[in-house]
Design a protein around this ligand. Structure first.
Ligand SMILES: CC(C)=CCC/C(C)=C/COP(=O)(O)OP(=O)(O)O
Ligand SMILES: C=C(C)CCOP(=O)(O)OP(=O)(O)O
Length: 295
């Protein structure tokens, strides 16, 4: 299973860099640092940073070039989960196999820890971009991540998700939710990775487009697991979507149609990767593993 070794290698690079970036704090604000570290190192799959590193390497550059942007993506993703779990949102008590941030630290600190992770992401990207000989690719990677995380991206998707709880949404609204809530950050991970390999905008947009397909397939599997998976394997509560009256892909289209759509999207991603030949083996394997995952 060579791809798993590669996955471990990328994860180690990301975890080491995250440890360095988060730093140590021994002062009155220590509590918020502890809360940030708690969720960041609770055992996430590190998919978004791994996608960035893998795309950068596939395109012929050292994956470490993408590390600051990859770590920023993981911090933004982690903040979004900390806030998503709050009582005001999904009110979940378990995440990444552990009690959620607000259960351990209380709601106030959990909100601040999310804010802290979000801000830290930009501190890292700005520090690194300022040091680049040619900062334009760093700026483009950073802009991709900022756009994807904002009100026209992940925050927009989460807003639509929240406002439509308990309602039967139409296909367009559900597509908007998925595209933005989950797709945007995954698409930005691929796009930012390609920018760190110094590709032109057309090529970067190709990676972004396929990232959206990957993101939708990933969210469909997440929603299927919420119905069919189990809490101990997933490390987060099964049945959360039903409890929160969320309109999901399987709720609107049914389980069979959801699986078919996920398979189509997976094939689309694999067709995109095919011209890259052997260099794309890791991403091809990771994509199929994600669609068969149990957590
Ligand atoms: C701005 C914010 C707070 C964004 C949250 C984005 C997001 C992808 C949440 C998790 O989605 P989910 O609720 O479908 O997934 P899970 O099953 O992991 O809770
Ligand atoms: C977008 C969704 C479906 C939220 C969970 O994302 P992941 O499944 O990547 O969560 P972690 O492994 O990072 O905890």
């Amino acid at each position: 299973m060579q791809w798993k070794n590669k996955m471990n290698e990328y994860m180690l690079m990301v975890n080491d860099a995250l440890e360095t970036y988060i730093g140590e704090h021994q002062s009155v604000n220590e509590e918020v640092f502890e809360a940030m570290k708690y969720s960041l190192f609770a055992g996430g799959k590190r998919l978004r940073p791994v996608f960035s590193l893998a795309v950068c390497e596939l395109l012929g550059k050292e994956p470490k070039q993408a590390i600051p942007y990859a770590c920023a993506l993981e911090m933004i993703h982690t903040y979004s989960l900390v806030h998503d779990d709050l009582p005001a949102m999904d009110n979940d008590e378990m995440r990444r196999g552990k009690p959620t941030n607000h259960i351990i630290y209380g709601e106030g600190i959990a909100i601040l820890a999310g804010d802290g992770l979000l801000n830290k992401a930009y501190e890292i990207m700005i520090d690194h971009t300022l040091k680049l000989e040619n900062p334009s690719f760093g700026l483009k990677a950073m802009k991709s991540i900022a756009d994807a995380s904002g009100t026209n991206g992940m925050i927009g998707g989460q807003t639509a998700d929240l406002l439509n709880e308990g309602k039967k949404v139409d296909e367009r609204t559900l597509a908007y939710i998925h595209h933005n809530k989950t797709g945007a950050l995954i698409a930005a991970a691929l796009k930012a990775g390609s920018y760190m390999a110094e590709v032109d905008d057309d090529e970067a947009e190709g990676w972004e487009r396929i990232g959206y397909a990957l993101g939708l397939a990933f969210q469909i599997q997440d929603d299927l697991l919420d119905i069919e998976g189990n809490t101990s394997e997933m490390g987060k509560p099964a049945g959360s979507d039903e409890r929160n009256k969320k309109m999901t892909y399987p709720a609107l289209y049914g389980i069979e149609a959801s699986r078919e759509r996920m398979d189509e999207l997976t094939k689309e991603v694999q067709m995109f990767l095919k011209p890259y030949g052997e260099k794309s083996n890791f991403l091809v394997m990771l994509t199929s593993a994600l669609m068969n995952r149990r957590s």
